[in-house]
Design a protein around this ligand. Structure first.
Ligand SMILES: NC(=O)c1ccc[n+]([C@@H]2O[C@H](COP(=O)([O-])OP(=O)(O)OC[C@H]3O[C@@H](n4cnc5c(N)ncnc54)[C@H](OP(=O)(O)O)[C@@H]3O)[C@@H](O)[C@H]2O)c1
Length: 251
């Protein structure tokens, strides 16, 4: 840490968080510290400083901001991280520290898409019943597959980076361990070879959208979980826009 450079907290653990830390270190005007939740055993270290683990709610974060002399906070957490953005909004309002949200844009349906939008996984299960889905690509993350084990007549292809542990009691399921992003060609071949009729995924946005283009081309339906509600915060979509904001907010 350098006393003459404003210290910036990045709530990270995402592609955007890593890219922003790199950009701030390269720029040299700010002193970034990235915060990771600590869910991953050996996380890739970001550029600049890093801290790991929860702050203890909005009050803990507010104390930490003051103790560390943080000049600005950039919330770059994942669009499906439900709590951290709210904690940051409260802590920044209470301490007067400027807050920016850096968030990758949502995917939006295009001509030819057959999406069913759902607010949560229970609604996704209902949608699979209504759609009479038979062969499903479940791309929801390994910790979120359990609600789908209640559909005994549906074959599930569970795609995740690591295996669900424990594996919920699926009647007909196969595990496909793979890490995206995937090419359009590979996604098309997968949907076709496995005769997938429906994909279930969440609207993360970003580089894993080939599956959506493949689904559009093949007429495969998509059950898409919408993003959770977030606080009203100034939001940008790119690292460049975030550094521009920092420049204006704290110079
Ligand atoms: N949910 C997803 O689909 C997803 C996908 C990819 C990556 N991630 C990343 O994994 C992390 C945890 O996800 P989640 O869904 O559990 O989030 P969450 O519901 O927003 O956060 C739960 C609690 O974890 C702590 N926390 C979250 N992000 C933190 C961070 N960057 N630094 C320090 N503490 C943090 C906070 O604890 P305290 O209240 O004690 O401060 C927070 O209240 C997030 O940083 C997110 O960006 C999530």
């Amino acid at each position: 840490m350098t006393a003459d450079r404003p210290r910036v907290l990045i709530l990270g653990g995402t592609t955007e968080g890593y890219a922003l830390a790199e950009a701030l270190v390269a720029d040299g005007r700010w002193d970034p510290v990235s915060s990771l939740a600590g869910r991953t055993a050996n996380p890739r270290p970001p550029a600049g400083d890093m801290r790991v683990g929860g702050f203890g709610g909005p009050e803990g974060l507010a104390r930490w901001l003051t103790d560390q002399g943080i000049a600005a906070v950039i919330d770059a957490t994942h669009p499906f991280a439900r709590r951290m953005g709210w904690n940051a909004a409260t802590a920044c309002a209470d301490t007067g520290v400027p807050l920016l949200r850096l968030e990758r844009p949502k995917w939006v349906p295009r001509d030819g898409d057959a999406w069913t939008l759902v607010p949560d996984w229970d609604a996704a299960v209902d949608a699979l019943r209504t759609l009479r889905a038979q062969r499903v690509l479940l791309a929801v993350g390994r910790q979120e597959v359990a609600p789908f084990a209640v559909l005994p007549d549906v074959w599930m292809l569970i795609r995740s980076v690591q295996a669900p542990d424990p594996m919920p009691p699926f009647t007909h399921a196969e595990l496909l361990l793979a890490r995206g992003p995937f090419s359009l060609e590979d996604e098309t071949a997968l949907l076709r070879d496995q005769r997938i009729d429906t994909i279930v995924c969440k609207n993360s946005g970003g580089a894993t959208e080939s599956k959506l283009a493949a689904a559009r081309a093949l007429g495969v339906r998509v059950v898409m979980r919408d993003r959770p509600r977030r606080p009203e915060t100034v939001t940008v979509a790119t690292v460049d826009a975030a550094t521009g904001w920092l420049d204006r907010a704290i110079g």
